[in-house]
Design a protein around this ligand. Sequence first.
Ligand SMILES: C[S@@+](CC[C@H](N)C(=O)[O-])C[C@H]1O[C@@H](n2cnc3c(N)ncnc32)[C@H](O)[C@@H]1O
Length: 367
Amino acid sequence: MHYIRFLKLPRLLSTPSPVLSAKITVTTDLGESFLFTDLTLVVELESQSGAKILGPRNGKEYLWKGSDGMRSLEVSFPVPSSKKSEAMRMLIRPKENKHNVKHFNNMLVGTKVTTENDGRVVAVRSMDIDVSKAGLKGISGMARRVFFSNEKIISICEETGESIARHIWDAGLMLSSYLAITSPINTSPDLGHALPQLPVLKHKLSLSNLNVLELGTGCGIVGITLSIFYPNATQILLTDLPEASEIITHNLSLLSSSRGASVTHEVLDWSSPLPPRVGNINWDIVLVADCTYNPDVVPDLVSTLRSVARGGKKDVLVLLAMKIRHEDEMVCFDLLEQSGFMVKEKAVLPLLMLAGEPEQIEIFVSR
Ligand SMILES: C[S@@+](CC[C@H](N)C(=O)[O-])C[C@H]1O[C@@H](n2cnc3c(N)ncnc32)[C@H](O)[C@@H]1O
């Protein structure tokens, strides 16, 4: 998967007439490689609610010249004169629908092998811009990712800088899509049936009063998606290091208050003992997405999982999603096995990459 990112957030230039201008790039989740093929991008302005496009329809097109080694691109869009007092967002997306990750189900294609022309690119939106004040409203240094699934909207803000913790990762995005599409409230069950099945997980997710803990939640996309698609969850606790607290709290504030589950946040560092609020609850499921890339911290992660499982009176399922980037990451499974966790089932989901080597996300369900 590739992600459009802001290198410079939109700012208002007012000569001769107002224009929003930004600098973007297109990279992988880790940011370690730029998109090295050409791709037509479209810049649009969206209303604050996201419900309508402001200004000329079909936006303004730009060519990302990845084949020429492009690493950044300046984009701009004129502010329509009739909209100068409205808050708006700048949206940058791939032109072709087949590349645009608008719907979760556009990311998951069962197990079928795909070509590199099928690659997906995640659009980016700015935070709300109050053009009348020529400033940014909301938290600065943030951008928004919006996904649709089954008439629900999953809106997640992430940081625009280099931080590992505070943006969305492939495994988190793919696990979120899988959970949404296979959820019992999905009204297009055929989509879910076309995906690899995880019956042990499905059974657990169907139980009432689920308590779900997420470790290394980052921006919170997996736990937040679960809260939207599994109304039977009673309690969902998103945890990470202290530096992720601000973005998690912000994303939780975007959630509709009509959900049944209580979705909250707590700091949990794997190298420290479990906070009482985590240790005192019988968890049913522990979510772990893209947290095994650094073998140095995996022993602490596994020891946290062991403490969670030992403390509870219930049978805990660990749902671990990863993009295996190097062999060292497999140490995680040795440590999990030594701690008594057994992998019960596994699903492999192809990651739709534009150009480059094929990649995949693996989802493991351990007990
Ligand atoms: C690659 S990010 C994945 C974020 C998110 N799960 C996703 O898939 O989008 C890894 C996360 O693990 C967290 N993490 C790393 N070391 C940690 C530790 N010792 N204790 C708690 N969280 C940690 C990071 O802060 C980061 O949010």
